[in-house]
Design a protein around this ligand. Sequence first.
Ligand code: MG
Length: 379
Amino acid sequence: MIDFDAHLAPYAAHSSKSRGRRHPEAAAGSRSEFQRDRDRIIHSTAFRRLEYKTQVFLNHEGDLFRTRLTHSIEVAQIARTLARSLRLNEDLVEATALAHDLGHTPFGHVGQDVLNECMKDYGGFEHNLQSLRVVDHLEEHYGAFDGLNLTFETREGILKHCSLTNARQLGELGQRFIDKAQPSLEAQLTNLADEIAYNNHDIDDGLRSGLLTMKQMEEVELFARLHRQVVQQYPGLPGRRELYETIRLMITAMTADLVDTTAALLKEADPKNIDEVRASPPLIRFSPKMREETTALKRFLYANLYRHFKVNRMRVKASRIVRELFEAFMTDPVLLPFDYQVTPGDTMKQARKIADYIAGMTDRYAIREHKRIFSLDEL
Ligand code: MG
């Protein structure tokens, strides 16, 4: 029997001590429990759909922009680097990172906001909870159970936040939101790896699209400082290389800061095992200075990129598509594929099925479906 946990710190999530799966299964032998989770995620249908779901820029706007898929891969890469430096479980962070956006709607955040509004009388819609719903119920891959039957630890990492009402319905997994406890270090780490990934790749995508300019970027202290360093080291470097070098230094600065700050916090808190981690305050953190700088960067991106009028135009169009699809299906559920129709009269159940159907759509599928429903020229 391979010891998958030999190199891990005592406070890491150990595969041999996993709280297990909802439907018990024999160990895989050649793979740790979390490797097995990762593999199930990669083979899922929802994972392949990430390729055609928007991160910030719509999928068809350009071939080089991040999609949910490339974003998730970047999060996994950063999370694994961090996990290895801190002797945490790389397999678990990889599984969590690759699954963290599985429940995302088409068209990025606007899709989730609109679907949440549409669902307000039917229990609401949270993309985080939807990611869990995908891996627990919606995937249809196995003979013995619905979903992917992942371990408690991977599911814990996927569920970043959740309302108290929903937490009460989730049993063991929801308990930490009621107790105000923390998840594993691996879950905390994946969360921050997500932030490092999008803060940096959105600068790249923003500049590539022309919605941001290098001159504007100088307003961001962290970027400006590292950019100056690049220009000094490589005078006259062509623009794109200068940008990549700067982003590279930013990712390094953020990951190094996180590792140093966290290592010190762990040394002080000295948790003996994962349960002590869950009872401690958050231990994976940036230093106060880095936290301040990343907050400033986020604020900048929000004002100048996420709310750029060209992004707004797409956002409003996308919200119209999602809302109109939802309303059309609620009014006439007979328009839905048979799998998504329920016994007439059960409005709650029908609404949830419609939310599942819409959330599962890729951007282009949603656009096409909207045409099929509303245009006489499409069938
Ligand atoms: Mg993400």
